[in-house]
Design a protein around this ligand. Structure first.
Ligand SMILES: Cc1cc2nc3c(=O)[nH]c(=O)nc-3n(C[C@H](O)[C@H](O)[C@H](O)COP(=O)(O)O)c2cc1C
Length: 195
């Protein structure tokens, strides 16, 4: 059944400046995504960045509050500054762009405060998948919960104190085509009906 589903195709209309039409083998994209940490240094097209951001903002969120904001960095100077400040994001040196997914916990009085991490994580997952679907590589590098990294990202990108950078997602053309899909399906992780 899973194999049949693998070839299930969805048609998605992605609106950018112009409107274009894509066939995406969704499960194939999900199954083959890997964290990519080596890039060629080529830039990421602005249309593609917008399609990737649209995927992020398509994520579900608690009570549809959408407690997120996105900082898109394409300038070499800022990418290098982030690279210098973040110990586990050194792949930024050759990334074409980075998206910083930020939580906005005061977006409403109730739900954003409790659910922003889940909501922003779902948006981040969509961003990783959309980047892969469009032929780019990407990787979640953590800012939150490390307060020093959160402070560095805020300082470099002039992010206000009430906004929390959850991660920095470098995006670029993969330089290493040897990163292969991994099957992480583990039957022992599944409990049918009851534990
Ligand atoms: C919350 C979170 C934090 C992560 N932080 C980093 C990081 O700081 N640097 C990095 O290179 N990868 C980071 N990763 C990527 C993981 O290392 C990666 O997803 C994991 O090894 C599985 O590999 P895969 O994404 O290729 O399936 C992070 C992933 C998550 C979900």
């Amino acid at each position: 059944m899973a194999n049949e589903l693998l070839f299930f195709r969805i048609k998605t209309i992605i609106k950018t400046g112009k409107e274009f039409f894509m066939n995406i083998d969704l499960l194939n994209v999900i199954y083959t995504r890997r964290s990519i940490r080596k890039f060629t240094g080529e830039r990421v097209k602005e249309d593609d960045l917008e399609a990737i951001l649209r995927a992020g903002m398509s994520a579900p969120s608690a009570v549809n509050v959408q407690p997120w904001a996105f900082v898109v960095v394409t300038g070499r100077g800022l990418l290098d500054e982030l690279c210098g400040a973040l110990p586990y994001a050194k792949m930024l040196d050759k990334a074409g762009a980075a998206i910083i997914v930020c939580g906005v916990p005061d977006k409403d009085d109730t739900y954003a405060k409790d659910y922003w991490i889940m909501d922003c994580s779902l948006a981040s997952g969509n961003i990783l998948l959309a980047a892969h679907a469009l032929g780019y590589g990407a990787v979640w590098t953590a800012a939150y919960v490390d307060q020093e990294r959160v402070r560095s990202v805020r300082r470099i990108l002039s992010i206000p104190e009430n906004i929390i950078p959850l991660n920095v997602i470098p995006i670029g053309i993969p330089a290493d085509r040897d990163v292969k899909p991994v099957d992480k399906f583990r039957r022992e992780n599944i409990h049918w009906e009851k534990w």
